[in-house]
Design a protein around this ligand. Structure first.
Ligand SMILES: [Zn+2]
Length: 139
């Protein structure tokens, strides 16, 4: 679809540095503005607006993909949780971040406050280093 950032990434080689994983229906990578170590933006390949519009193959592959990628993040980083929160407010093309939340985050800073602190946690070199390790783990 024209003027869709996710579609343009799907149709090109992905974000700078390339996709961290590529599956039949799902792609994940580090997107500009979200370069927090371990954070991946996952998107469905096809232009789909909302989970209700996923086709059967996309819907059936979603759980396995989340399990594989989250397990790789767990193995690499050992977070307390890996959040999945699909809002798709910025771009309607259905996507969501996988967000590892470290164990040492204070209880009052967990959940949405943790995600809202994204800009203070951006570390491009470390995000790319972790992305490379995840790319290798998910091959
Ligand atoms: Zn799109």
């Amino acid at each position: 679809m024209a003027d869709c950032l996710m579609c343009s990434l799907v149709e090109s080689n992905g974000p700078e540095g390339g996709w961290v994983f590529e599956e039949e229906h799902w792609l994940g990578g580090v997107l500009p503005g979200f370069e927090v170590p371990g954070w991946l933006i996952v998107t469905v390949r096809r232009h789909v607006e909302g989970a209700a519009r996923l086709n059967d193959a996309e819907a059936e592959s979603l759980g396995g993909m989340i399990r594989r990628v989250t397990a790789a993040i767990n193995d690499l980083m050992g977070p307390d949780r890996v959040y999945q929160v699909a809002m798709a407010e910025g771009w309607p093309h259905w996507h969501f971040p996988l967000v590892p939340r470290p164990k040492d985050v204070a209880p009052e800073d967990r959940g949405l406050p943790y995600m809202a602190a994204r800009e203070q946690m951006i570390d491009i070199p470390e995000a790319m280093r972790i992305a490379d390790q995840l790319r290798t783990a998910l091959r």
